[in-house]
Write a protein that binds this ligand. Structure first.
Ligand code: PXL
Length: 268
């Protein structure tokens, strides 16, 4: 096992300095799922404890992003690639150009439209660029409750039936396999996600672990899906096992001085 060539996964994502979310979560997830991980860093986020834990955000120079991707795709052919936070229209254009050039297999998009603490609408240019330039390249997309409304055009999602409608609408628009996440935002005892690939519809449901969102859950879910696709799983099996992984990680979460706990990746 240890001598065989590992599957290789790349995340194109931002740093979240405290290690709960972002590329830190992705890399820990890749390690926990037994794949060799790489990061192309797009931005650096530092929470501000003096300002209600808001996000301080610094983008990485586009040339430096392109350089990282050149190095990575020259050294390896990743078996799967995850896109996390990109953050600016220029970054999105840089990454979209590289994706068109390198044509990676198994592109998973976590469509980070806004971060916790950001105002909806504050980043409309970025959201539109992501929808126009990255979404059409994705094989699988993992929108949360808010992102499912933004990508489907629906005004509200309040039930599992609504989430199913959103997943179908996003699939029709993008052609991607969709895992629409209800998380703690849908009422009821269960954390429900909807999988739809154009043919198979599956509602993935587990009892909620508390009523509070945990930092890094979305990043780790998409990274675990990426790792499973890299190892050759089908999209549905990748989503099922990623959901188990995230549930265990939420159960094992790390308490923090910020108002949100952080998911802890548990080795499988
Ligand atoms: O949770 C989304 C997310 C992704 N990437 C980075 C982040 C966050 C949220 O804080 O900081 C870098």
């Amino acid at each position: 096992m240890s001598n065989s060539a590992p599957a290789i996964a790349l995340t194109i994502a931002g740093s979240e300095a405290t290690g709960g979310a972002g590329c830190q979560a992705d890399l820990k997830t890749f390690q926990a799922r037994g794949v060799f991980g790489m990061v192309a860093l797009t931005c650096i986020v530092s929470f501000d404890p003096k300002n209600d834990w808001g996000h301080r955000f610094v983008p990485v120079d586009p040339e430096v992003i392109a350089d990282q991707l050149e190095a990575e795709f020259s050294c390896y052919t990743p078996d799967a690639v995850k896109i996390g936070m990109l953050g600016t229209p220029v970054t999105i254009e840089t990454v979209a150009n590289a994706l068109r050039q390198y044509e990676p297999k198994n592109l998973v998009l976590d469509p980070v439209l806004i971060c916790k603490g950001q105002e909806p609408g504050a980043a409309l240019d970025t959201d539109n660029a992501l929808k126009a330039q990255i979404l059409p390249l994705a094989k699988l997309v993992t929108p949360n409750h808010f992102e499912s409304m933004a990508l489907s055009g629906m005004n509200s999602i309040e039930s599992v039936d609504d989430l199913v409608a959103a997943a179908k609408a996003i699939h029709e628009k993008s052609g991607a396999v969709v895992l629409a996440k209800g998380g703690v935002r849908l009422e009821g005892p269960d954390a429900v996600d909807v999988f739809y690939d154009g043919a198979t519809l599956e509602v993935l449901s587990v009892p909620k672990v508390g009523e509070h969102a945990v930092s890094g859950a979305g990043c780790s879910l998409a990274a675990a899906i990426t790792a499973e696709l890299a190892k050759g799983a089908s999209p549905l099996d990748a989503c099922r096992s990623a959901k188990d992984f995230v549930t265990q990680g939420i159960e094992a979460r790390v308490g923090s001085n910020a108002p949100f706990d952080a998911l802890r990746q548990i080795n499988s």
